[in-house]
Write a new protein. Structure first.
Lengths: 142, 241
């Protein structure tokens, strides 16, 4: 019997006005709904801003993956400020630099390049999570 | 205080990724910002109040804000009030949906038809709230008022994925680097009122600077002097053809 993988909390950027914020959100949905629905849990960053008790509890008990849309790295900072452990810290821009053919456009609705970039990002994170079965020891960049 | 940024309202959306109502809040905010009231609104991501700099925390002191939340947790409303300033108005999507007798939205990633309808209704309500906050009658706004001209000489905050930013100026005061928010906007306002960089003008400017920035009592004289110098330089630049 395969051991149950640990739950990982996924916190995307909550930017509403730029494409990279939308890519981060789309990647988080792709990861949590399609690729690793059983071992991940999406968390809205707004709850951490508010200090909502259930969110605080969850973030301190489980490792987190943060997906940020810009260099302010709000998601990563918020998880750390909330007492959580950032197991994987992803910046959309870094992933785009490695996949420049996938140029994202659109905010409310991503173009095909944006959707593919989100998929690639989510796949990279999913693969990295598969190696986390032995527990998280500090963070790392994807 | 909205006169500092040419009568603009800040929209802060919860962006709650876990719920369809959060998606409704985000898309409705975007519709107001980009389509319904593009000249009258600006935005900031909620987390920037904590993760950003002084300019982000001053956001609600510079703009009157309207928050739009997906659910009763009201993260945007409470977060804005806690870390910046009390919102001028607030809206909660699930309450609005119930009030209007709409079907509950579904599909946090891709909204269903009820969700799309909720976006329309929420955006229209938000736009009306913007008009109310600005003291204008709904539907009577001019289509494209010229936005405030770019302020001079400031170093703008790095804008983030929400595309916002309040200007922050770095000054050396008492031998230390200090960040002051909204200086160019304050200067612009007082120059527009015909104030000069004399003692009276500098005093008025400094009183306004203190509204938006924390000035330590023991360093007030140094701050006043530095702001006065900056105001004089701004006025000199303004006079050049």
């Amino acid at each position: 019997m395969t051991p149950t993988p640990p739950t990982v909390v996924v916190v995307p950027c909550s930017g509403i006005g730029k494409t990279f914020g939308t890519v981060s959100r789309e990647a988080a949905y792709e990861l949590c709904e399609e690729l690793r629905p059983k071992s991940t849990r999406l968390m809205a960053m707004a709850k951490l801003v508010l200090g909502e008790p259930a969110a605080q509890d969850l973030i301190t008990r489980h490792p987190a993956v943060t997906i940020d849309g810009c260099k302010q790295m709000c998601a990563s900072k918020m998880v750390k400020q909330s007492g959580g452990t950032v197991a994987r810290e992803v910046a959309v821009l870094d992933v785009f630099r490695r996949h420049k053919n996938l140029k994202p456009e659109g905010i409310a609705e991503l173009n095909e390049g944006g959707r593919k970039l989100a998929r690639v990002l989510a796949e990279e994170v999913a693969e990295s999570l598969d190696g986390m079965g032995q527990g998280v020891k500090g963070g790392g960049h994807v | 205080m909205s006169e500092l940024l040419g009568q603009k309202v800040g929209i802060v959306a919860c962006s709650g990724e876990e719920l369809a109502e959060g998606t409704v809040a985000r898309l409705a905010a975007l519709k107001v910002l980009n389509e319904l009231r593009p000249r009258e609104t600006v935005t900031i991501c909620l987390p920037l109040f904590l993760a950003g700099g002084a300019g982000d925390r001053a956001f609600a002191r510079v703009h009157p804000t309207i928050t739009v939340d997906g659910c009763d947790l009201r993260c945007a409303a409470h977060g804005t009030e806690r870390y910046s300033s009390k919102p001028a108005a607030s809206l909660v999507v699930n309450e609005l949906v119930a009030e209007c007798g709409l079907e509950r939205p579904e599909g946090r990633r891709r909204l269903n038809a009820a969700g799309q309808k909720a976006v329309e209704v929420t955006a229209e309500r938000l736009a009306r709230m913007v008009d109310q906050v600005l003291g204008k009658k709904a539907g009577t706004l001019p289509p494209a008022e010229a936005s405030a001209s770019e302020p001079h000489g400031e170093e703008r905050e790095v804008t983030c994925s929400c595309g916002s930013g309040v200007p922050v100026t770095k000054l050396e005061i008492g031998g230390k680097p200090v960040e002051l928010v909204a200086l160019p906007l304050i200067f612009q306002k007082f120059v527009g009122l015909g104030r000069k960089p004399d003692e009276a003008g500098a005093r008025e400017v400094f009183e306004t600077v203190k509204i938006y920035n924390a000035v330590p009592a023991e360093a007030e004289d140094s701050y006043r002097e530095a702001v006065g110098r900056e105001f004089a330089a701004y006025c000199q630049k303004e006079q050049k053809p």
